[in-house]
Design a protein around this ligand. Sequence first.
Ligand SMILES: Nc1ncnc2c1ncn2[C@@H]1O[C@H](COP(=O)(O)OP(=O)(O)OP(=O)(O)O)[C@@H](O)[C@H]1O
Ligand SMILES: [Mg+2]
Ligand SMILES: [Mg+2]
Length: 543
Amino acid sequence: MHHALRRTALDAATRPLRLFATARPSAHRNHLKRSSPIRTMASKARTYSDAIDALNSLQTPFAVIEARRKAGIRPDARSVEDMREYLARIGYAPGDLDALNIVHVAGTKGKGSTCAFVDSILGRYRQTKGIPRKVGLFTSPHLIAVRERIRIDSAPLSEELFARYFFEVWDRLESFSPPSSPSPSPKPDELVLPRRSKPIYARYLTLLSYHVFLSEGVDAAVYETGVGGAYDATNVVERPVASGISSLGIDHVQVLGHTVDKIAWHKAGIMKPGRPAFTIEQVPEAASVLQERAVERGADLTVLNTIDPRLAAVKIRPDANFQKKNATLAVALAEATLKALDPSFKVDPAAPLPKEFVEGLQQVVWRGRCEVKEEDGIVWHVDGAHTVDSLKMAARWFVGECNADKKGPKVLIFNQQGRSEAVDFLDGLCNTVKAADGRGFEHVIFCTNVTYAETGYKKDFVNLQYNPKDIEQMTVQRGFAEKWAALDPAANIMVVASIEEAINRARSLTQTVEGDEKVQALITGSLHLVGGALGILEGADAL
Ligand SMILES: Nc1ncnc2c1ncn2[C@@H]1O[C@H](COP(=O)(O)OP(=O)(O)OP(=O)(O)O)[C@@H](O)[C@H]1O
Ligand SMILES: [Mg+2]
Ligand SMILES: [Mg+2]
């Protein structure tokens, strides 16, 4: 039935050069554009688009990342000192952040989902009780546009406000003149990591979020850490209302270490003296490190080892254990926040959850995670998982969805550009689906994260941290294709140059289905892939 397609598919995977003639990823074009003089632009033009250009100029280029990796340079306590310095340069002391009543969340998986739950609960509470007055949410990475990382009352910051605050921070940093007599002989590590006039991308956005939230009168802010915890940019906060550690596993091994206990050590660094901290059930190596670090740091750690029984009356989506753990953590964090903000708020573990909590949990919007979209002849399952554990979770969720009477060939669209270990993500995906239906995916499409075949990336997705040569030659995707061919020789495997082409290939499979069957597509492996895909599927900014 899929004969013609199979031939093209194999051609594409085995004959690299032909593809370039029709669709060449335009990553390198964006690299060239980068040399435009940011200074001139920043002083004249002040639009959102200019802000994103200026922000992109703060990305650490691939070559520098490589050099640092080879030299074994990792972030250390100095990263937080640097953040404090930048904070001072834009006019704030760490104590000013107390006004934000920060809920701080670290973890390998479920950070964003937990933060979204807390934000949604606080938002509902605000609507009925007027407390908090304004809720801030800071998350990463972004799905569709950079500005969605900074939200007020759950709405992404408008382009206008983003641009205005972005350049206020920019100007404050530029106008700062370093002390006239720098130390005569800089310490060796100053040579490695000079204090530049502007912090790198993620730190800049963190700094910007503080400026935005403080300027806008936010009085409860939910913060997701970027990488790790102890040395993350968000860890300048000294007195959070509560810290939360979501599910711990393996990711970012280059920065955090290769074992769960090392990773747990970093994440535990967000717990603060005398402050409440919460975590959920963890693997034993992680659990013991969290306990030790809580004692060492004088934090008041509560371990939520079981799912909150009050959630039995709440419809959590997806209806999966991992999500109920995220919700359990979120409820505890929201309760801690409201205890601090509203003297009339009382926690009664024996009573049902307050209606604001139930509604907040049930109506949360957290796009690109376990999303289902139906089209003629095809059902898209979209999930931004990008670690071994979360991909198994995503595969199980997909299989569960398909078993609920959805029939038709299964197709996978996958990419993961940045993580060298990503080729090992494929086993779990392949085997989970195969074990469930005995067949696995009939079609597997690997693509780059370049959104469109013709125009390349949207600005918000320009990523200088990847090797441009890899993207152009689709090195990573070819590696995936080879691996999948070994895992499942019966699958039709394709390698294509853009997300748009991957989606078109999957859509073309609808011609092969009969009756009421629909193609069952899973898009996963990377949040950028998923964000790009949603943008294409919805024909506009999906924000
Ligand atoms: N507690 C969990 N354990 C394992 N997997 C999870 C958990 N929560 C969510 N996931 C999976 O991970 C994906 C990403 O979830 P989420 O955005 O909450 O994580 P995150 O910690 O913010 O990740 P990152 O910022 O690294 O993208 C989800 O789509 C889901 O597949
Ligand atoms: Mg992560
Ligand atoms: Mg996240």
